[in-house]
Design a protein around this ligand. Structure first.
Ligand code: SAM
Length: 312
């Protein structure tokens, strides 16, 4: 696997994402009663950042819920580079159960998540089942439906072994979710992963939230901010445009793909939600938010044409 000097900085991006989500939730942008078990402090972020996280959270919620609904829950979810994401607990609260739910991340992240789950009754209860004893070790948690596994996503044989241990069924419709993850791997490694998924899961749907349009001045600033923190965006070439995002899936053997930047996504969000959140904080500069929105995109891809209708 590639050099790992950068891994600590990549792992730290999860703390950042989790603390931004915590801040936006504390201000009322969306509801999440679990994020505070993973992040204590509510450090205030800029209004543009909060609104950016809101747009991403609500758009992904709509897509995930649609996929579960069209499958009547007879499906699985794999969250790639899940960090401290709380999606599993939200779904349980809303009664939207699925057949299997797997979270993958570096062992340095999953060990902390294991610890938080273990010591928090509200988190542990939702992964427990009367007839099934939760198995836990330092980096992995194996519940009846929920599995959390420490793995380096650049190592396909490791990923394959973890997926096998998770009792996923290759034939069931399966949603893969990656939020700001693939960009930290070289394009060679991420396409290997995407190819492996497409070859093994005949009915897969992918939601990828990631940067785009990195070639311009604002994109340069985003890249250098990450570099300053020691993060190498090894896969930035797939983030040049919505077209390169679509192409990476098609080249990896996916049957179809769509990609929209967050300006386009924002325009499709429920108007009443937009009206509500624009009241929470005033923006100093609409232009900064527009710049942010035009530098992130949601790409969806499918190996099964039935899922091409899962759209915002
Ligand atoms: N998806 C989460 C979210 O949106 O809150 C976390 C996003 S964080 C920016 C990126 C995550 O990807 C981190 O948790 C990091 O550890 C994980 N990641 C990146 N490269 C990885 C790799 N090669 N193997 C395992 N995890 C990786």
């Amino acid at each position: 696997v590639d050099s790992v000097g950068n891994d600590e900085a990549v792992i730290a991006t999860n703390d950042d994402a989790a603390s931004c989500k915590r801040c936006a939730v504390a201000l009322g942008y969306w509801h999440d009663r679990y994020i505070s078990y993973f992040v204590r402090s509510t450090d205030r972020k800029a209004p543009e950042i909060n609104r950016g996280y809101f747009a991403r959270a609500v758009a992904i919620k709509i897509l995930v819920d649609k996929f579960i609904e069209v499958n009547n829950g007879n499906c699985q979810i794999v969250n790639i580079g899940a960090g401290f994401d709380t999606l599993y607990w939200r779904l349980i609260d809303e009664g939207k159960s699925v057949k299997g739910f797997v979270e993958l991340d570096f062992p340095g992240v999953t060990s902390r998540k294991c610890l938080y789950i273990q010591r928090t009754k509200q988190l542990l209860q939702a992964v427990s089942d009367e007839d099934y004893d939760v198995k836990l070790n330092r980096h992995n948690l194996h519940g009846h439906t929920y599995k959390l596994a420490g793995v380096d996503l650049r190592n396909i044989s490791e990923v394959e072994a973890k997926i096998k241990e998770s009792d996923l069924e290759y034939s069931l419709p399966t949603l893969f979710l990656a939020e700001c993850v693939l960009v930290y791997m070289t394009i060679h490694r991420s396409s290997q992963l995407l190819k492996w998924i497409a070859e093994n899961f005949k009915s897969a749907f992918f939601i990828n939230y990631e940067m785009v349009n990195l070639g311009d001045r604002f994109g340069d600033v985003m890249l250098s901010n990450l570099h300053l923190r020691g993060c190498d965006l090894a896969g930035a070439e797939a983030c040049q445009s919505t077209e390169t995002q679509r192409k990476r899936f098609l080249d990896a053997g996916w049957a179809g793909a769509d990609s929209y930047d967050m300006l386009g996504i924002w325009a499709r969000l429920p108007p009443e939600e937009i009206a509500r959140v624009t009241q929470i904080e005033l923006l100093d500069e609409q232009e900064l938010l527009n710049q942010l929105f035009s530098h992130y995109a949601i790409t969806t891809a499918w190996t099964d044409h039935r899922w091409s209708d899962v759209q915002l």
